[in-house]
Design a protein around this ligand. Structure first.
Ligand SMILES: [Ca+2]
Ligand SMILES: [Ca+2]
Length: 132
């Protein structure tokens, strides 16, 4: 059961999660919906299972840390995922969703090995880039 649902606007939003309340629930209790627009969503830490639905638009999601399972859904658009940290095995689940003309980009760093990438739909172009 979702405890906290944050719905951003249909325009381009800049939103940061510094930390969450703590929850032992194994299903998402926090849902962030980016909705339309080219959103920039940054996550610094979590202590509850959280799902980010970036929604339509070319969204950028930055993960600097998470202490609970984090589900990242890019949804439609050319989304870019910057996974700089994932504290535990399989705690960052990336599902890029359908892409536009550019394609989705996932920029993994060393901890990305601890993350799970959901198989992209056949229509999705998905490239992996190392940060320079
Ligand atoms: Ca938005
Ligand atoms: Ca998107």
């Amino acid at each position: 059961m979702t405890v906290l649902n944050i719905a951003l606007s249909q325009d381009a939003d800049i939103f940061a999660v510094v930390d969450t309340f703590a929850s032992a629930s194994i299903t998402p209790v926090i849902v962030v919906d980016g909705n339309g627009g080219d959103d920039v969503i940054t996550i610094l830490d979590t202590h509850a299972v959280m799902t980010v639905n970036a929604g339509d638009g070319n969204d950028s999601i930055y993960v600097f840390g998470n202490s609970s399972v984090l589900n990242l859904n890019g949804d439609d658009g050319d989304d870019t995922f910057y996974i700089f940290a994932s504290l535990h095995e399989n705690t960052s689940n990336v599902s890029p969703g359908d892409a536009g003309p550019v394609g989705n980009t996932i920029i993994p760093t060393e901890p990305m090995r601890r993350s799970t990438l959901t198989a992209a739909p056949a229509t999705t172009a998905c490239s992996f880039s190392q940060p320079s």
